[in-house]
Ligand binder design. Structure first.
Ligand SMILES: *[C@@H]1O[C@H](CO)[C@@H](O)[C@H](O)[C@H]1NC(C)=O
Ligand SMILES: *[C@@H]1O[C@H](CO)[C@@H](O)[C@H](O)[C@H]1NC(C)=O
Ligand SMILES: *[C@@H]1O[C@H](CO)[C@@H](O)[C@H](O)[C@H]1NC(C)=O
Ligand SMILES: *[C@@H]1O[C@H](CO)[C@@H](O)[C@H](O)[C@H]1NC(C)=O
Ligand SMILES: *[C@@H]1O[C@H](CO)[C@@H](O)[C@H](O)[C@H]1NC(C)=O
Ligand SMILES: *[C@@H]1O[C@H](CO)[C@@H](O)[C@H](O)[C@H]1NC(C)=O
Ligand SMILES: *[C@@H]1O[C@H](CO)[C@@H](O)[C@H](O)[C@H]1NC(C)=O
Ligand SMILES: *[C@@H]1O[C@H](CO)[C@@H](O)[C@H](O)[C@H]1NC(C)=O
Ligand SMILES: *[C@@H]1O[C@H](CO)[C@@H](O)[C@H](O)[C@H]1NC(C)=O
Ligand SMILES: *[C@@H]1O[C@H](CO)[C@@H](O)[C@H](O)[C@H]1NC(C)=O
Ligand SMILES: *[C@@H]1O[C@H](CO)[C@@H](O)[C@H](O)[C@H]1NC(C)=O
Ligand SMILES: *[C@@H]1O[C@H](CO)[C@@H](O)[C@H](O)[C@H]1NC(C)=O
Ligand SMILES: [Cu+2]
Length: 601
């Protein structure tokens, strides 16, 4: 029996003596939000273009809850194309129906319709975010989720005087969606590149026609601020710093960590950090600045060299400088040494009585997964990008994920519909080689297109080692994101993972627990988690270029034996599935006899 606060209040009025009982059973409040997705004109970098956004703003509305609350968000789509929303880092126990990734757990919410997500918070505390999970619509459809400690508890650090949300984003040329669809359907060798980065939607002082709208934050000398930093950039790891102020990271992905004080930060797309900023420098104006880490050797088509800025302004009586000071500690684009500092060993969990760790020690499923650039054969499509019939791709264990048709994986699993996915995602790459060599033949790159999932038993203790490869000398820092679970980051290193010596250095005492972590360039990352959330859970590189190219796959976590360990019933009015217009590779030749078969429920 679980009482919600409202019921407790009613009880309070009627039966005072029940109050104590209620309080001890409170499981969290229930909140209701309405999100309206619609096109709106924005003027950025001197140009006015229409963008699909939530409630007229970039970023969209903040969702604020206490730990353990539940939020119903009714998303009304008044745009021109289908969209889904993902609640990034919210584990959603037993409720994959509301997780959001398009063609994995649902089909898009069609224009003119609405869908209500039930977002169930459990252990998360700190900062997360929500974003569209359809093509790259998340560029402008995203916002922060603030999860405060439960009433009666507090932060594991001195209570900050105030707080603020800092969201890093990216801007694209007009019609990102058209450009993206064109690139996909024509099997182009490339996908759209951003033209600038933003802080809270604004490019800042160094962007054309942008000075008026630069994000400014007024601070009082002597106060401490909790900055909730979200990297919502579509396809870049970012360096971040504030001039003449150190930053103390106290949380990552809505889990507290042992404080780390640093003069700059590296943050991958999908990651969030809670940071303490003490405003104790000389009264003045200071730039907050960020720029991309470019870890590839090749320039390819170039990268977005934009320096995004916002301003910290001290309150008080002083001569305002002509220009705020720029952070000298912000690393340059190619500073791989600066990137290396942000490895797993920098971060540790609190591992205290109130914030315990429980690292699985008896591993029952071990996976070794290469994450790689790749190429795929696409005989029956029009792609001609690399050479005739060969398309640039990315892969995990040489499988390049392809969204299934004509329905989503979750519904196919729940309703036992065959032909949508296969259950043969491999535990190892097809062959071992010097993954991080600078002389890999292109023949190593060939991957198979597939919708291959890995099935896990309920409560399986999983260890995954992600191994970056240098195929096409295209090694990069890959922020790997897992839906439905947090994972412990037990180890990380450069070069090829050695399955005999490297486990000896694993941190099984106080590793950080997160939903996204970066696999280092030409290196590896070891994670552990218990598959205790039944459902269908996407995992992927959060650099969307790589995800779109196929660096992704799916876990199906089977039900345990009881109702409490099984997937909940689907909500009413799930968006119906239609054939996706912009599939990366369209297997619509009807060879499987299933094309365009509608699934109605
Ligand atoms: C979004 O806009 C709708 C319609 O204007 C409004 O009813 C709703 O309260 C807004 N939601 C938020 C979270 O601001
Ligand atoms: C954006 O501006 C253009 C040009 O003025 C106009 O045609 C269009 O209707 C506007 N779009 C929206 C969503 O307001
Ligand atoms: C405005 O957008 C148009 C079309 O995308 C582009 O050609 C032009 O260079 C842009 N102008 C600026 C100042 O960004
Ligand atoms: C939301 O969708 C439901 C059915 O899916 C429909 O009955 C209802 O009218 C819709 N509400 C709005 C405001 O569009
Ligand atoms: C930042 O931390 C470094 C290393 O601890 C220290 O040398 C430096 O003085 C600090 N800077 C500020 C502005 O506090
Ligand atoms: C500013 O605050 C930080 C964090 O508390 C502290 O390490 C630093 O010494 C302070 N600097 C000055 C100039 O007071
Ligand atoms: C960004 O700042 C760096 C360092 O000051 C500079 O070299 C670079 O040209 C700037 N980028 C742009 C696009 O102005
Ligand atoms: C600000 O400082 C100037 C110079 O020190 C002084 O003349 C002025 O009265 C001060 N203004 C206020 C509002 O304190
Ligand atoms: C490890 O897990 C397996 C499978 O659940 C179980 O059979 C075995 O007893 C466990 N070993 C230890 C040491 O707990
Ligand atoms: C391409 O189409 C031919 C003829 O329909 C079929 O035999 C072949 O398997 C298809 N290849 C792929 C990769 O789908
Ligand atoms: C793997 O490649 C790297 C980089 O080219 C090289 O330094 C290393 O010696 C190679 N390892 C083996 C075992 O060949
Ligand atoms: C360890 O790695 C080697 C390749 O380096 C592989 O052949 C072997 O199967 C791995 N062993 C285990 C237990 O995973
Ligand atoms: Cu990646």
């Amino acid at each position: 029996m679980n009482f919600k606060n409202k019921e407790c209040l009613l009880n309070f009025i009627g039966f005072l003596f029940l109050v104590a009982q209620c309080l001890s059973m409170v499981e969290g409040e229930v909140h209701y939000y309405e999100f309206v997705l619609a096109e709106k004109n924005f003027t950025k970098l001197c140009n006015t273009t229409s963008k699909l956004v939530v409630n007229g703003s970039i970023p969209g509305p903040v969702i604020q809850v206490h730990k353990g609350d539940t939020v119903f968000v009714n998303v009304h789509n008044q745009g021109y194309y289908g969209v889904t929303i993902h609640w990034h880092g919210v584990k959603q126990p037993r409720n994959p129906w509301s997780d959001g990734p398009e063609y994995i757990t649902q089909c898009p919410i069609e224009p003119g319709s609405n869908f209500t997500y039930e977002v169930i918070f459990s252990t998360e505390e700190g900062t997360l975010w929500w974003h569209a999970h359809s093509d790259w619509t998340r560029a402008y459809v995203h916002g922060a989720i603030v999860i405060l400690p439960t009433i009666g508890t507090t932060y594991p650090f001195p209570k900050p005087d105030d707080e603020d949300i800092i969201i890093l984003g990216s801007l694209y040329k007009a019609n990102l969606k058209d450009e993206y669809d064109f690139d996909l359907i024509h099997g182009d060798n490339d996908l759209p590149h951003s033209i600038a980065y933003t802080i809270n939607g604004e490019p800042g002082d160094l962007g054309a026609c942008s000075k008026e709208t630069t994000y400014r934050r007024v601070v009082d000398h002597g106060k401490t601020y909790l900055l909730r930093l979200v990297n919502a950039v579509v396809s870049a790891n970012m360096f971040f710093a504030i001039a003449e102020h150190n930053l103390t990271i106290v949380g990552m992905d809505a889990n507290y960590i042992k404080p780390v004080t640093t003069s700059y930060i590296m943050i991958g797309p999908g990651q969030t950090m809670d940071i303490l900023l003490t405003a104790n420098q000389t009264l003045g104006h200071y730039y907050i600045a960020a720029r991309q880490l470019w870890s590839q050797q090749e320039e390819l088509d170039g990268f977005d060299q934009f320096n995004v800025t916002a301003i910290i302004e001290y309150r008080g009586n002083y001569t305002i400088p002509l220009s705020p000071s720029f952070p000298s500690t912000l690393p340059s684009y190619k500073d791989l040494t600066a990137a290396r500092k942000f490895s797993a060993s920098l971060f540790k969990s609190l591992a205290s009585k109130d914030h315990p760790v429980n690292v699985p020690l008896n591993i029952t499923t071990k996976m070794f997964i290469t994450v790689s650039m790749a190429k795929i054969k696409c005989e029956n499509t029009t792609c001609t990008a690399l050479e005739q019939g060969i398309m640039l791709a990315a892969s995990a264990n040489n499988i390049s994920w392809n969204n299934p048709v004509p329905t989503d994986v979750l519904l196919a699993y729940y309703r036992n519909i065959s032909g949508v996915y296969t259950t043969d995602f491999p535990d190892q790459p097809p062959y071992y080689y010097n993954f991080t060599s600078y002389e890999l033949p292109d023949t190593m790159a060939i991957a198979d297109l597939g919708s291959k999932v890995k099935v896990l038993n309920y409560n399986e203790a999983v260890e995954i080692v992600f191994q970056g490869t240098n195929i096409f000398t295209g090694s990069e820092y890959h922020p790997m994101h897992l839906h439905g679970h947090n994972f412990y980051v037990v180890g990380s290193g450069y070069g090829n993972y050695n399955n005999e010596t490297d486990p000896k250095s694993f941190n099984l005492v106080d590793p950080v627990v997160v939903n996204t972590f970066i696999v280092p360039k030409n290196g590896w990352l070891a994670i552990r988690f218990v598959a205790n959330n039944p459902g269908v859970w996407f995992w992927h590189c959060h650099i969307d270029r790589h995800m779109t190219w196929g660096m992704a796959a799916v876990f199906i976590v089977k039900n345990g034996g009881t109702t409490e360990t099984s997937i909940r019933k689907p909500p009413p009015h799930l968006p119906p599935c239609k054939f996706p217009l912009e599939s990366r590779v369209q297997n619509n030749d009807g060879s499987d006899g299933k094309e365009n078969q509608p699934i109605f429920i």
